[in-house]
Write a protein that binds this ligand. Structure first.
Ligand SMILES: [Zn+2]
Length: 294
C-alpha cells in the first residue's frame, strides 16, 4: 500500500514537472513571437538571364588596350532578391522589346539580344512586375536600364549622382534617353550614402562610383549562402578584376580605382563571394533560374 501510494505520488510529480516544462516552453515561444527578436527574414537570390552583348571588338573594356582586337560576349543578368514578403530587383537588363527582334539590335559597338523576356521569367515564379517593391539600379547604362518602364509602381533606388548625369545633354555615352524616360513619372529614392534597403543589414547598396557618377554594388547577407558582393560594372570580366582594368566608357578613372580598392577591402573584411554580373563563369556559377541561393 505504502509503495503504491508513493508510486502514485512520484508519477503525479513527474506529470507535474512535464506540465511545468511544457508551459514554460509554450510561454517562451509565445513571448518570442510577441516581444522577442523577430525570426530572420526568408531570403532568396535568383540570377535571371536578362540579355547578351556580343562584341566584334572588346577594346572598350580597357583603356590600356588589353582587349584590343578580341571578340567577346557578355551575359546580362538581372538579380531578384526576396526579403521576407518583399521583392527587390537589381538591374533590369537589355529590355524585353529586344526579345522580339530575331537578330537582336546593334548599338554601342555590340549586338544586344535576349532569349526570354524578364516579364515571362517573373511570371514563371508567380510574380508580376507589380510584385516588385524596389527596383535598384547599379547604374543607368542601357544594358541595365532596359526594363525600367516595366515597373510603373515600383520604388526605384538610384545613387543620387546618377540621375542628373544620365539626364544631362548631350546624353552620355552608354545611356539611352528613352529607356530612362519612365523615371520622370516614377517614385525614386535617391541616396547619397550607402543604403541599407530593409534596415537589417541583409541587403545593402554600396557606393562605388567611377564607371558612372552614381554607380553602386550590392552586398547581400544570405542566411545559408553567406555574404555575396555583386560588383555591378566595377568589373566586366574576371580579368578586369585581376588586373584592375578600367573601361573606356567611364566617368572617372580615379574614382573607379578607388572603388576597386573599396571592393577589395570589403571582400577581405566580409569574406564575401564576388559576382561580376557580366562574367559568364560567375553567372553560370549561380543556380540556373528558377533555382536560387538562400
Ligand atoms: Zn555599364
Amino acid at each position: 500500500m505504502i509503495l503504491t501510494g508513493s508510486r502514485k505520488i512520484a508519477s503525479k510529480a513527474r506529470r507535474g514537472i512535464l506540465l511545468f516544462f511544457f508551459l514554460i516552453s509554450t510561454a517562451r515561444t509565445f513571448s518570442t513571437r510577441l516581444y522577442g527578436q523577430p525570426a530572420p527574414p526568408a531570403m532568396r537570390l535568383y540570377a535571371i538571364d536578362c540579355g547578351r552583348l556580343d562584341y566584334p571588338n572588346m577594346d572598350g573594356f580597357s583603356d590600356t588596350n588589353d582587349y584590343a582586337g578580341q571578340t567577346g560576349s557578355l551575359v546580362v543578368p538581372c538579380f531578384l532578391v526576396r526579403h521576407g514578403n518583399d521583392w527587390m530587383l537589381w538591374d533590369t537588363g537589355v529590355g524585353d522589346r529586344i526579345a522580339a527582334l530575331a537578330n537582336g539590335e546593334v548599338k554601342q559597338d555590340a549586338r544586344f539580344s535576349l532569349k526570354r523576356t524578364l516579364a515571362s521569367q517573373l511570371a514563371a515564379i508567380g510574380l508580376t512586375p507589380d510584385s516588385i517593391r524596389y527596383v535598384a539600379l547599379s547604374h543607368l547604362h542601357s544594358d541595365h536600364s532596359g526594363n525600367i518602364g516595366l515597373f510603373p509602381h515600383a520604388v526605384f533606388l538610384i545613387g543620387a549622382a546618377e540621375l542628373p548625369w544620365a539626364r544631362s545633354l548631350p546624353t552620355p555615352e552608354g545611356v539611352e534617353a528613352p529607356l530612362i524616360a519612365p523615371l520622370d513619372h516614377a517614385k525614386i529614392e535617391a541616396f547619397d550614402k550607402d543604403r541599407d534597403v530593409f534596415g537589417d543589414g541583409t541587403v545593402r547598396i554600396l557606393k562605388a562610383p567611377g564607371h558612372t557618377p552614381g554607380h553602386c554594388m550590392l552586398l547581400l547577407k544570405l542566411p545559408k549562402a553567406g555574404p555575396i558582393l555583386i560588383t555591378g560594372d566595377l568589373f566586366h570580366q574576371r580579368r578586369s578584376l585581376k588586373e584592375h582594368l578600367v573601361p573606356r566608357v567611364n566617368t572617372s578613372r580615379a574614382d573607379t580605382l578607388a572603388s576597386m580598392n573599396r571592393f577589395e577591402g570589403l571582400v577581405k573584411a566580409t569574406g564575401a563571394r564576388a559576382i561580376i554580373p557580366h562574367e559568364r563563369q560567375d553567372f553560370q556559377s549561380l543556380p540556373a533560374f528558377p533555382g536560387f541561393l538562400e
